[in-house]
Design a protein around this ligand. Structure first.
Ligand code: HEC
Ligand code: HEC
Length: 449
């Protein structure tokens, strides 16, 4: 039997298995992403059931997460932005890239970082992006974040004369990739999942997964061997570690967790190192505040109906999401840790509806960014959690689209000499065989989250 015939047989069997009753005639693509859902943000508040003390930790964390830092606080010498909340903004503090890019709107104007140009991949209505270079000039791997801006030229940075990196030649050489901010709503529930929960889920439905070519594996933290779970490649184990790292990488502020300046040019240091330490006995350092805020952020609240989508359509879309195999990676819910220290993190109806298995999947050359992080290879990404999708403006690790259907299509790609085919290929071809009415229901469901 030819390869193509085997594939068709596969897909047909799987569709039968999954109980999809739609006719298999290819339909014209009439379904449309309803766009960012109107109405209240449905995110940004504290998780229900926090104690009074924990609520105060949330509020203080929110204040630090939102605070704009300056050169005197240690921003730079190189940095991407001046506050956590500036990048984690949509639809509320803790979220992701807003529709209007603060990097264009604010860096050189009111923030006064006039020694900078705005790189071509940062546009007024495009996503906030951080940049990584794939390779060094000598051909060895780079892979690290290259901060976009310098403090040189700012009125509070006299004598500092480092220059912005030459991003345009990296763009021309196709040696640069991008990442957009991931939202942190519900992050405390993700942080608390046991490794056993994640592994049991990954090992479930194994026949079905194998039949459609889905495998997946976890990323692990190098030293203690536990499952890491934060970031586009699940490269990071905890909110505290991510916070310390982000403070240094995104804002250029060193802390007790990440004490070494990324650019040690002496004429560009305007604060002692680490820039931000424990303020005094009994006071919480900024990186712990950031982690507390994120840990106590409630998960996004989905809706059952919105302008443009009926509750029947959304309910049907939810069934299709499982029936056609999206849920084999985007696991609708995982049981919360009943042994969590924070009582509120145990009591969330026993489950977190994150729509992710938190595992890595090979997504083919179309999405591959050729960056290695921990165990994650160049074509592997963490199944993106889909909670909060209704309010998202940009999708996929590099923010390449603001259209849900494009994001779905980008899951499919055949292999090339460097990377194998995407694990999602079979599921996406089933999606493409749905009637446009069914596809619409699925998109409506996604925008209800
Ligand atoms: C310049 C924009 C920018 C700033 C400023 C920023 N972040 Fe982020 N954040 C990102 C990007 C981009 C990612 C995705 C990184 C990746 O996985 O490659 C991210 C991811 C995260 C994640 C991972 C969430 C998840 O589940 O994947 C956490 C936690 C986080 N940031 C915390 C912070 C904290 C705390 C601060 C402030 C100290 C901060 N960020 C400042 C852009 C930013
Ligand atoms: C093989 C596992 C797998 C399957 C099957 C799969 N996805 Fe994904 N999905 C991913 C991964 C991994 C990402 C992140 C990819 C990236 O950003 O490069 C993702 C990202 C997304 C995003 C973008 C989310 C964001 O944060 O930007 C949407 C929307 C999405 N998937 C919807 C679907 C739908 C709908 C289906 C079924 C038709 C589906 N996915 C099937 C693994 C999968």
């Amino acid at each position: 039997m030819s390869k193509a015939r085997i594939r068709i047989l596969f897909i047909t069997t799987v569709i039968a298995l999954l109980g999809v009753s739609q006719t298999l005639t290819a339909q014209f693509r009439g379904a449309r992403d309803p766009g960012v859902r109107g109405g209240p943000p449905g995110a940004g508040g504290a998780i229900a059931g926090l104690s009074g003390e924990e609520n105060t930790m949330f509020e203080e964390g929110l204040a630090d997460f939102s605070e704009e830092e300056s050169v005197a606080d240690g921003v730079g010498p190189r940095f991407n932005f001046v506050s956590c909340a500036g990048c984690h903004a949509q639809p509320a503090t803790g979220g992701t890239s807003p529709a209007v890019n603060p990097l264009v709107a604010r860096i050189t104007s009111d923030l006064g970082f006039v020694g900078n140009g705005i790189p071509s991949f940062i546009t007024a209505n495009g996503p906030i992006r951080e940049a990584r270079f794939q390779f060094n000039p000598d051909g060895s791997r780079d892979g690290g974040v290259h901060a976009l801006f310098v403090i040189a030229g700012h009125k509070n940075a006299p004598g500092c004369n480092i220059r912005q990196e030459d991003f345009e030649s990296q763009v021309r050489n196709r040696n640069i990739i991008f990442r957009i901010p991931t939202p942190v709503f519900g992050a405390g529930l993700i942080e608390n999942f046991t490794d056993t929960t994640i592994l049991n889920n990954l090992n479930s439905n194994s026949l079905l997964k194998r039949a459609v070519g889905i495998s997946g594996r976890v990323n692990r933290n190098g030293n203690d061997g536990r499952i890491s779970r934060f970031g586009w490649k699940a490269q990071n184990p905890s909110l505290l570690v991510f916070s310390g790292e982000a403070y240094n990488v995104e804002m250029g502020i060193t802390s007790e967790a990440f004490p070494i300046e990324r650019d040690e040019t002496l004429s560009c240091q305007f604060a002692k190192v680490p820039n931000d330490g424990t303020p005094s006995v009994g006071q919480i350092p900024a990186i712990v505040n950031f982690a507390n805020f994120q840990r106590f952020l409630a998960p996004p609240t989905p809706v059952t109906i919105f302008t443009g989508a009926t509750s029947d359509s959304i309910a049907h879309g939810r069934k299709l999401f499982t029936n056609i195999g999206c849920a084999l990676c985007h696991t609708p819910s995982l049981p919360v840790n009943q042994n969590a220290t924070v009582v509120a993190l145990r009591n969330q109806g026993q489950a977190a509806y994150l729509f992710s298995d938190l595992a890595l999947h090979a997504m083919g050359p179309g999405l591959a960014d050729d960056i290695l992080q921990g165990a994650a290879r160049g074509d592997e990404f963490r199944t993106a959690p889909l909670w909060g999708l209704g309010k998202r403006v940009f999708f996929l690790h590099d923010g390449r689209t603001n259209d849900l259907d494009d994001a779905i299509q980008a899951h499919a790609s055949g292999g090339n000499t460097k990377f194998g085919p995407s694990e999602a290929n079979a599921v996406i071809s089933i999606y493409n065989r749905l009637s446009s009415g069914d596809q619409q229901d699925l998109l409506n469901f996604l925008r209800s989250l």
